[in-house]
Design a protein around this ligand. Sequence first.
Ligand SMILES: *[C@@H]1O[C@H](CO)[C@@H](O)[C@H](O)[C@H]1NC(C)=O
Ligand SMILES: *[C@@H]1O[C@H](CO)[C@@H](O)[C@H](O)[C@H]1NC(C)=O
Ligand SMILES: *[C@@H]1O[C@H](CO)[C@@H](O)[C@H](O)[C@H]1NC(C)=O
Ligand SMILES: *[C@@H]1O[C@H](CO)[C@@H](O)[C@H](O)[C@H]1NC(C)=O
Length: 410
Amino acid sequence: MELRISFFLLIAAVAALSSATTTNAHNITHMLAKHPSFSTFNHYLTLTHLAGEINRRRTITVCAVDNGAMNSLLAKHYPLPTIKNILSLHIFADYFGAKKLHQITKGSTTTSSLFQATGEAAGTSGYVNITDIKGGKVRFAPVDSDYDGPMATFVKSLEELPYDIAVIQISNTLTSQEAEAPAASPADLNVTSLMAKQGCQTFSDMIVSQGVQSTFSDSVQGGLTVFCPSDEALAAFRPRYKNLTADGKASLLLYHGVPVYNSLGMLRSSNGLVNTLATEGAKKFDFTVQNDGDDVKLETKVVTATITGTLIDEDPLAVFKIDEVLLPKELFKAEPPAPAPKPATKSKSKSNGAAAGGDDEDENADGPGPSADDMAAADEDNSNEGERSRGGGVAALCFSLALVIFACIC
Ligand SMILES: *[C@@H]1O[C@H](CO)[C@@H](O)[C@H](O)[C@H]1NC(C)=O
Ligand SMILES: *[C@@H]1O[C@H](CO)[C@@H](O)[C@H](O)[C@H]1NC(C)=O
Ligand SMILES: *[C@@H]1O[C@H](CO)[C@@H](O)[C@H](O)[C@H]1NC(C)=O
Ligand SMILES: *[C@@H]1O[C@H](CO)[C@@H](O)[C@H](O)[C@H]1NC(C)=O
């Protein structure tokens, strides 16, 4: 009995520890390396840099085709950017394990592919229909496709890490006229429309309405990194933005562009001052890139922002999402740090606020952990990785508690 309890405790501790330290990272190159008949597909994921994109994302499905199907595609001698567009149709921003594929509500669903996310797909051409057809087969067809060759069907599941990544085999490559069209080089991409499509609509609109989009687009060719504040950050900032002069507004927007291409990896491995599109002679308008573990922080003298996502990272253009508007010291005075809301007047309201905060924390600590459904829902949000690992920690804790209770009953 004694022994059994300590055994369970040990298992619980190990489970909690391993879940808490696992970062849910997947490596598609590594996963496919176990399947030699997919070596060509794997090779092209690396060549097109789609592998990095897959590894960065959560809640994703990769529809792999075997070497035979890849050879048929390669026989068409498309340039690499076109192959990239075609292969990006094979990567869905949702999780479809074998089980889910065979249980699609009403037998049909439409999912968005990475081709949609690149901003190169016009209209709905980046979406793929998934349909359960007769005989237990599942068919995949790009929406708007008038493709009449052999249809692509589900063959088998290769690797599944539930709600993180599913790697499945389909019988033929998915393609569409849009994907096969000559691909625009990154230098020809429309930065503002790309940002608008990928979750930076407000920032993109501000750039357009302030008439500074050409400064951004003219910089792409020589390398450009844009840090786009989230819509929430911009909404909170709007009153102060309105207060700026037209020149001030333009400078503030240009302050979010760095006229050099920086991948996330490059940002992670270099600290220091960077110039921006607003830098002009004595008006420095610079900020500091500062690494903090895996996080990349941008520090102006006024505010510190953290990179929270990647919209595009393809030499010569990278666009990252950040959680705060970058405030240059040239336009804004340094303020006491905002995060801990401390009323200016030291009245009793302060202690009330602190007590309320404490209650909240207790509630969270005592409250039940997220249910399996909550976890699945959280998994569907692929933009919030930090939240997920925390959820994983809570789940691990609940799991260990359950084991301990089970051990005690025994
Ligand atoms: C992914 O796996 C491949 C092959 O195992 C390896 O070469 C590569 O360095 C890994 N990438 C990362 C980011 O760990
Ligand atoms: C995809 O699904 C939509 C809605 O079910 C349908 O209207 C469209 O014709 C389908 N397209 C293809 C190519 O199957
Ligand atoms: C970029 O797209 C915007 C719409 O989002 C459009 O107004 C603008 O003219 C485009 N710029 C170029 C250079 O095509
Ligand atoms: C706008 O500017 C005025 C005058 O400089 C200042 O009093 C006011 O607080 C500013 N408003 C905001 C929201 O910053």
